[in-house]
Structures are given as C-alpha cells and as structure tokens.
Design a protein around this ligand. Sequence first.
Ligand SMILES: NC(=O)C1=CN([C@@H]2O[C@H](COP(=O)(O)OP(=O)(O)OC[C@H]3O[C@@H](n4cnc5c(N)ncnc54)[C@H](O)[C@@H]3O)[C@@H](O)[C@H]2O)[C@@H](O)CC1
Ligand SMILES: Nc1ncnc2c1ncn2[C@@H]1O[C@H](COP(=O)(O)OP(=O)(O)O)[C@@H](O)[C@H]1O
Ligand SMILES: [K+]
Length: 490
Amino acid sequence: MYGVWTPEQVQAAEEPVLARTPEGALMRRAAYGAAGVALRMLGERTGGVVGRRVVVLVGAGNNGGDGLWAGVELRRRGAAVTAVLLSPDRAHPAGLAALRAARARVLTEVEPAVTAVGRADLVLDAIVGTSARGGLRDPAPLLVGAADTARVPVLAIDTPSGVDPLVGTVPGDGSAVTAAETVTFGARKPVHVLNRARCGPVTLIDIGLGPELPEPTVRVLDAADVGARWPVPGPTDDKYTQGVVGIAAGSATYPGAAVLASGAAALATSGMVRYAGSAADEVRAAWPEVVATDHVSDAGRVQAWAVGPGLGTDDAGAATLRHVLDAGVPVLADADAITLLGADADLRARAAATTTLVTPHAGEFARLVASLDDPPDPAVDRVTAARRAAAELGVTVLLKGNATVVAAPDGRVLVHPAGSSWLATAGSGDVLSGVAGALLAAGLDPVDAAGCAAFVHARAAELGSAGSPVPASHVQAALSDAIRSVREAV
Ligand SMILES: NC(=O)C1=CN([C@@H]2O[C@H](COP(=O)(O)OP(=O)(O)OC[C@H]3O[C@@H](n4cnc5c(N)ncnc54)[C@H](O)[C@@H]3O)[C@@H](O)[C@H]2O)[C@@H](O)CC1
Ligand SMILES: Nc1ncnc2c1ncn2[C@@H]1O[C@H](COP(=O)(O)OP(=O)(O)O)[C@@H](O)[C@H]1O
Ligand SMILES: [K+]
C-alpha cells in the first residue's frame, strides 16, 4: 500500500525540512534523483549518455530549478544539454548560473527551441510542478507540441506540466505533457494515480519528507495487499461458513449480465453462489455449481447480495432491490440498481441504513447524485465527487473509470489506476459486481471488497488481454490467474 498526498500537504511537509537543511539542498537532492532517471532512460533508449541531446524546458518556479540542476548533473555525465527558458527573467538564478558554468546551451527564443526539442533524445519537462494553476501558458504549448510531433520521450519532473496536480485533469485548451516517465519527490501526488496515461511509470525519490507527512489523502493497494486480504478457506470451513453470495441480476432480455456476474462470483471465492432472477436457466447451463432460483424471496440465506446488472428499472426491479436492501446483509448495487436508487429517496434511505457498496460508471454516478444539493461532478474532481457522494448518501462508492476511486462515508479513499483501458468493454462491469459481491459475502469491509475487486478485475484484463481486446467473458476467465498472481505476491 502506498499513500498519495495533495500538493498542499507536500508543501507543508517541505517547510520544516527546508528550515533544517542548507539552502538549496532539497532541490539538489530532487534534481540528482531526476538526473538518475534521465540517465537510465537515455541508456535504455539510446545505448549511452555521452553526446546525447537533452533539452530541459525550464519554467519560472522551483520546478524549473529542479530541471536546471538535473541538467547540470547530465552535463557532468557528458550529455549535450540545452536549457530552454520559458520565463527568462524568472529562471532559478543559482540553477541557471550552475548550468551556464557547466557549458550548457541556453535558449530563450521559441524558434530555435522548437528545433532543439524536435532533435532531442530526451526532453525534461520542468515547466511547472505542484504550484501549477490553469492551462499551460505560451510558449509552453508550442514546445510540448514539438516533442509530441517528433515523438521525443519526455521525462516529467514532479508532474506532467499542463495536467492539474491535484485532480489529474487537463484544463484550458488541452495542451499538456504526455510523459514517457515521471520522477517525483518526497511523496506521490494525486495526478500520479488519477492520470496514469499522462504520467507513465512514476519513480519516487526520497527527499526526507517522510516524518513530516500527515495521513495520506488517498491510498493505493498493491498486489500483496490484495493477496493478503483475499479469502482463503481454512481446515474447518465448509461451503456456508465462507459466506454465500446472492446474485440478483439479469432478465429475459439480458441473461448475459447474470451469467457474467454469477460466474465471476463463483471464480472469486470458494463457498457458494446463489442466483435469483429470470435468467436462472442460462446461469445453471453456464455455471452448474450456482444454485439458481427465479425470485429473490425464495433464494435462501446469503451473507451478501449483488444486485443490479441487467435487472431492469421497472417495478419488479425496484421490488427486488427493496427486498435485498431489507435483508440485513451487505449489498452491492450496480447498474440498474443505481438508476433505481437515484430516482427513489425511499430506496436511498434503505441503502444508507444497511452496508451498501455502489459501483457506478459516470452516467450512473450522475443519476445517483442528481438529488444532492450542488451535485458533485467527477469530470471536475473524481476523488471529491466520490467522497461527497459516499458521505452524503451514506454508502461506499466505487466510481468506475481508468482510475477507479473507492470512497467510504467515513472519508477513506482508495484509488486503483488501471494499467490499460481494455476493461472499457461491454459486460466487464458485471464481472466486477460478481467479484465484489463475493468479497462482501466473505466478510470484507466494503472499502477492502471494492479495492480488492477493482485490482483483481484490472489484473484479469491485463492477463486476458496481453495487448489485444479482451471481451468480458475472457476477463471473467482470467480471474483465477489474477487471484493466483496477487496471492503469490504476499
Ligand atoms: N520547495 C522546495 O524546495 C522543493 C521544491 N521542489 C520542486 O518545486 C516545485 C514547486 O515549485 P514552486 O512552488 O516554485 O512552483 P512551480 O515551479 O510548480 O510553479 C510555479 C511557477 O510556474 C508558473 N506557472 C503556474 N501555472 C503555470 C502554467 N499553467 N503554465 C505555465 N507556468 C505556470 C507560475 O507563474 C510560477 O512562477 C515542485 O513541483 C518540485 O518540482 C523540489 O525541488 C523539492 C524541493
Ligand atoms: N478507460 C478505461 N480504462 C480502464 N478501465 C475502464 C475504462 N473505462 C471503464 N473501465 C472499467 O471497465 C468496467 C466497465 O464497467 P461498466 O461501465 O459497468 O460496464 P458494463 O455495464 O458494460 O458491464 C469498470 O470496471 C470500469 O472501471
Ligand atoms: K513538470
């Protein structure tokens, strides 16, 4: 597990460290770490360092200072370094003097700078870091565009410039760095987990902030955390003691959702899966181990319900949802169940009165929060949106997307950054429902159930895909390999 801290928290943690270290020491530490990553990238990509062309895009603040000092280190190692000053009169004075003394080229005009970027082996993005506000300012978009066009790899210093460090979105006209890699200092910031596509792999350099950091704002589970939490039957367990999950999903029109969710539940945990709904025949045919019946009222006892995929939003769907919310066991509500919750205050009150995990995609989220004052918008700030929905509705929220955000009513937040977008395929959410429902039935707390399910779901997509599209039934089929891989990581 690792933590993520807001830029504000990181800046506050830096203050006492700055006060007790010699002037410039922290920046030199950061820059030395950044240069190390740059040297590795040059080695991997060009086979060497000496004579390789590195362009540093230098902004007006300390982020630019990091870039200048990293340039000094690369110059020492024999790279041909060009610094492009985006605000020539505000470039970090000590860093600039050191880089000039190291006989680097310094450019302030846009035209030669664009040419240099286009010919570079590596660009260091030191335009702006944690104090970024708004969209990139001229002439930064031109230089960022030149690197994109020439397909020159960019190493983002601290954060990819143009991407909001706190919420991970790209404001303004949409110009922003897409980094091949990012090197950050002291602590990971939200952008690193909310916008993986812009950051690439992130290296964290220790600059001694550890003791000064408060509780993280967001946490990220790793494979070992998930493996350690995954339910494993003990010697005295039987099929009931491990938690029976009930799946209330699918309909005559949408039997597929029932088959995907029920099968995923059967693969996720040992023990027992019950199914209740009008796709009982299809579920039995695909998964003979699932005990299937036509209606939730005669399904028998379960320790958690997963309700919603393909359920329908008519009166029958609402009655099914009401039944499971009143069953006195944890409930995972997805898809049509979320639409029903959004439309009905009585159902929302029942959801708040029991342990409920909702798993909306963006459209379902909008319906879910429509009744709230000033409904939160995930397009503006995913973490705040999920956190507010959880607190105000009294349910745990798993907000789907490339970065899955899990928020609990008590304020805890997990983020799972996906390694690819292959999960954006029809039916994959039904698979997630089955997995998360099975984990709730096994007794996991909703935040752990949601975080572990999201991790294994994304890992299954990676294993099932290996670079090609992966239909939901193949994601389901790869669940066993994914679970094995996280258990092996413990
Ligand atoms: N405080 C310290 O000693 C340390 C700071 N560090 C670095 O310092 C950075 C933070 O430095 P600062 O607080 O000086 O701020 P930044 O360097 O992140 O940004 C501030 C400057 O960028 C300009 N700017 C803001 N938004 C912009 C935009 N959208 N487009 C173009 N320019 C924009 C501002 O006018 C301002 O001059 C971190 O990201 C990190 O890289 C590290 O060196 C570690 C130590
Ligand atoms: N761009 C993306 N990158 C990674 N994962 C994604 C992306 N878009 C969606 N997902 C994931 O795919 C799943 C889609 O679920 P959902 O929208 O409910 O699909 P369906 O209703 O078809 O089953 C979710 O787990 C979501 O987090
Ligand atoms: K940067």
